[in-house]
Design a protein around this ligand. Structure first.
Ligand code: ARG
Ligand code: ZN
Length: 871
């Protein structure tokens, strides 16, 4: 059944209080929920009470303390209806029994490596007890958790701990947790198990003493320090940047090894995929450290943007997710290099969101309908949602943005809000009408902005003409409000750019066509457009390589310096892929420009230089081409440009790699500066190996043997993985042996192999599926092997013979029976199938039709397959 935003209506009943008693048991956990209900003044009078359930077994039911007659209700695993509930406040006591060990969907209450844990967003609470499982039902929860002391010495819940003790005459104990803040059921959580922890303290700006804990598998405590540190930095940053202080006496983070997504912001008890908590120099890469910092911050920031102010319904998901991604991006930018971070945000957006927005799974940032909400935790809702918040800030300015945020929190605290409520806070604060801007939430598709520049040498004016369109949008579709941060650059450096249409460097394009004219422009300029990626759009402008390389040299905007180099590379690769010629028109000039750049700047900003060395991915090239894609041609063209660059840069890179080496014996630090040096050295290594595979092999093996950091060892292995031969196989085998028993590290080993762009990779993956390091029951393993294959190995996933599609489809079907959410996510890899050349398109379509033809698919997989095929 499809659910529509337009059908929203308030619940007929409210639940003010929830008292839970959860007796944990591996196969027969008992849950008693005492619900304090009342009719909703905003609801229908006399409506039946319809509670959600999912695979539940009802044990007993009482109303106001009396057992209910059987004809007063209807119960099934998927719901409980009380036909004639009282027209006054009343209580229901509902007892259910659940089997956490058999819960392979990892939604609701389940066990991960023996640890009891929960995941309730979006609709997992109904797998624990019958409930009004919708985010606009806010209740005060008290939770008693009871378990065998042996099995679960640690018992954690939402809110503050208020009591604990032994259950007399048994081997069991209990803990009671009270959460004073009203919350929707999706923020409920408990954890019970044998866990180690690291603890800390934080005193909030309001003077509250908060006890912090990060809980991990016993023995891994030393790997939890960085996460704890990130919690403390997040708390401080949210106070300083947004005026948001924490509001409970404890804040706990728990790492579990079986988890469907990254992490979850349950009130006071964030539960994480252990991949985003555990880190040590020996075991984690710089990318892992950066992810941990960002995701710890993300979940913590949800305490205000998500928990204190939650969503009225799931269509408003971007209200918390887009905003919280924006907040975590700002945090990471403050912790690291802002320009480098912005570039990585844009790379993610282009790699994931642009293709989504251009294919059959495209949807507005606020969708209008869904069949399965878990399929809408997408790059569009998260990443494009964050870009909308960023554009709002650009449009109204930093001060107004902060005031609007304060007002949003103040006006909506303790409520379930909508996108309209969010925008209203800024409209009220600034006196602006934001209704036109709001269209960003409603319109799918990446806007295209065509720009032409005209210089009038006599009048010394320069005019930019803009035209916006959106693929698939009808002629009557309104144009969007697009902030264009821009400037002019001349042969020798930035030019003053005066125009009354430009304020604080921003021109606002809110019509289908518009133009801006600059006065007193001494010579023909090169426009620098969408500085810092000021809007999530594609820009079409006729710029020569020479003009772009002028921007690379002289632009004041670091993002556009990088962007202009990327544009040159894209142009060269696309021309070569289309022409199939052996020549690479423009490659020499490009390589020279890179050489000059490195010479001047690599030592000062190695992180930025590393990004400069990375060519646009094959996926990005494909997404630029947009139709009739031949991944082999793209691969070959990109490879040729890489070779040309590598040959030109080899000698300087060898020198720079030495110059930027860590001094011998220097202690490891995950900070941005050292990570930047490692990133540069490893980008250099990769190119050196392209230019000279023998030398690359020697250097990579040296690095694997000598390095003390996982970043460098893994980079050595990744470089080697691109060079077929005995050395590669020997190092892969040695790595597996060295890290046997370290699943998170072996995930990286699986991922490297899944991405090898060679014909033998499918056979290799099929073998790895039998390796002890792999397990179809663990989402991280599946994503590392099959997920990485589908997303990061375009030539093999999109093999013309369909073998890549078949491999992924098989995994999807095998997984669907256990864990539909992860299966459906894997299937989204087919999202760009219509853009393939005819043979691959036919193979992909056949595979998708084959999936649909299988009976008994989950709603999750049926939804993705169905939408992927719909035209
Ligand atoms: N709210 C979580 C986060 O972004 C993610 C929950 C994802 N849930 C899901 N059903 N896919 O922080
Ligand atoms: Zn989130």
């Amino acid at each position: 059944p499809t659910i529509h935003l337009a059908d929203y209506r308030p619940s007929d009943h409210l639940i003010d209080r929830v008292d839970l008693d959860i007796r944990l048991d591996p196969h027969a956990s008992r849950v008693t929920a005492l619900l304090a209900l009342r009719p909703n003044p905003q609801g229908k009078v006399g409506a039946p009470l319809v509670l959600d359930g999912d695979e539940l077994k009802l044990v007993s039911l009482a109303m106001d303390g009396e057992v209910l007659l059987e004809n007063a209700y209807t119960a099934s695993p998927s719901g409980l209806t009380i036909h004639r509930p009282p027209q006054r406040p009343f209580t229901l006591a509902i007892e259910t029994e659940i089997d956490p060990t058999a819960n392979t969907k990892l939604m609701g209450l389940y066990r991960s490596s023996g640890v009891y844990c929960t995941q309730c967003e979006a609709d997992g609470f109904r797998r624990i007890t019958y409930f009004l499982d919708r985010p606009d039902i806010l209740s005060i929860y008290t939770t008693r958790i009871e378990a065998s002391r042996e099995e679960a010495p640690v018992l954690l819940g939402n809110g503050n701990p208020v009591g604990s003790g032994d259950v007399p005459g048994t081997d069991r104990h209990y803990a009671i947790w009270q959460d004073p803040h009203p919350k929707p059921a999706y923020l409920f959580a408990i954890v019970g198990g044998r866990l180690g922890s690291v603890t800390g303290r934080f005193t909030t700006s309001e003077g509250r003493e908060v006890a912090l804990g990060v809980y991990v598998e016993p023995g891994k405590e030393a790997r939890a320090d960085y996460a704890l540190d990130a919690v403390i930095r997040s708390m401080k940053w949210d106070e300083e940047g947004f005026g948001r202080a924490y509001d409970l006496d404890v804040f706990n983070v728990v790492a579990v090894s079986d988890f469907n997504m990254g992490a979850m912001e349950n009130k006071g008890l964030n539960i994480f995929n252990d991949k985003y908590v555990l880190a040590s120099p020996e075991t984690a890469t710089d990318a892992d450290y950066a992810n941990i910092e960002a995701i710890i911050a993300h979940e913590y920031f949800h305490n205000w943007s998500g928990n204190r102010v939650t969503c009225r319904d799931w269509f408003q998901l971007c209200l918390k997710e887009g905003l919280t991604v924006f907040r975590d991006q700002e945090f990471s930018s403050d912790m690291r290099s802002r320009a480098v971070h912005r570039i990585s945000e844009v790379r993610t957006l282009r790699a994931r969101q642009f293709p989504e927005d251009a294919g059959p799974l495209a949807h507005p940032v606020r969708p209008k309908q869904y069949a399965e909400i878990n399929n809408f935790y997408t790059a569009t809702v998260y990443e494009k949602g964050a870009e909308i918040v960023r554009m709002l800030k650009t449009l109204i300015g930093e001060d107004a943005f902060r005031k609007g945020m304060d007002r949003y929190f103040a006006d909506n605290d303790g409520t379930a809000a909508t996108v309209e409520d969010f925008l209203a806070a800024f409209a009220t604060e600034t006196g602006r009408d934001l209704s036109h801007f709001a269209q960003w939430y409603e319109r799918p598709g990446t806007p295209r902005i065509a720009v032409t520049g005209t210089y009038d040498a006599a009048a010394k004016t320069y005019r930019l003409d803009f035209r916006q369109t959106r693929p698939g949008a009808g002629a009557d579709a309104p144009p969007l409000v697009i902030p264009v941060a821009l400037g002019l650059v001349g042969e020798d450096g930035p030019l003053a750019a005066r125009s009354e249409r430009v304020q604080d460097g921003v021109f606002v394009l809110d019509k289908a066509e518009d133009s801006v004219t600059f006065e007193s422009v001494a010579s023909r300029p090169v426009p620098s457009l969408f500085r810092d990626f000021s809007a999530p759009v594609r820009v079409e402008i006729n710029q020569s390589d020479a003009e772009r390389l002028t921007l690379l040299r002289h632009d004041t905007d670091a993002f556009n310096r990088w962007e202009s180099a990327q544009r040159v590379a894209l142009r060269i690769i696309i021309a070569a892929a289309r022409g199939g010629s052996e020549t690479l028109d423009g490659a020499e000039g490009f390589a020279d420009a890179l050489a000059a750049f490195l010479d001047q700047e690599a030592v000062n900003d190695p992180a930025f230089a590393a990004l400069m060395l990375a060519l646009p991915s094959e996926g990005e090239v494909a997404s630029e081409i947009g139709a009739n894609i031949d991944p082999d041609a793209i691969f070959a063209a990109r490879r040729r440009l890489r070779e040309a660059i590598a040959l030109r840069l080899r000698d300087p890179l060898i020198v720079l790699r030495e110059r930027l080496a860590e001094p011998a014996g220097a202690p490891f630090s995950p900070d941005a500066a050292s990570a930047g040096r490692r990133a540069f050295r490893n980008a250099a290594l990769d190119l050196i190996a392209v230019a000279d595979p023998d030398r690359g092999t020697v250097l990579a093996r040296e690095q694997i043997a000598a390095s003390g950091t996982m970043t460098d060892r893994l980079a050595g292995l990744a470089t080697l993985s691109q060079i077929p031969g005995d050395a590669r196989e020997a190092e892969l085998a040695a790595f597996a042996e060295r890290y046997a028993g370290e699943p998170l590290i072996l995930d990286k080993w699986l991922a490297i192999q899944a991405a090898i762009p060679e014909d033998g990779t499918i056979a290799r993956i099929r073998q790895l599926q039998q390796h002890p390091a792999f397990s179809i029951t663990n989402p991280n393993r599946v994503r590392s092997l099959v997920g990485v294959f589908s997303l990061s190995n375009p030539t093999q996933f999109n093999r013309a013979d369909g073998a890549g599609y078949a491999l992924v489809a098989e995994t999807v079907l095998a997984l669907d029976k256990r864990n539909p959410q992860v299966a459906a996510r894997l299937l989204t890899a087919f999202g760009s199938w219509r853009q393939m050349e005819p043979r691959r398109r036919a193979a992909a379509e056949e595979t998708l039709r084959g999936i649909v033809a299988v009976g008994g698919l989950s709603r999750d997989v049926a939804d993705i397959a169905g939408r992927s095929l719909a035209s």
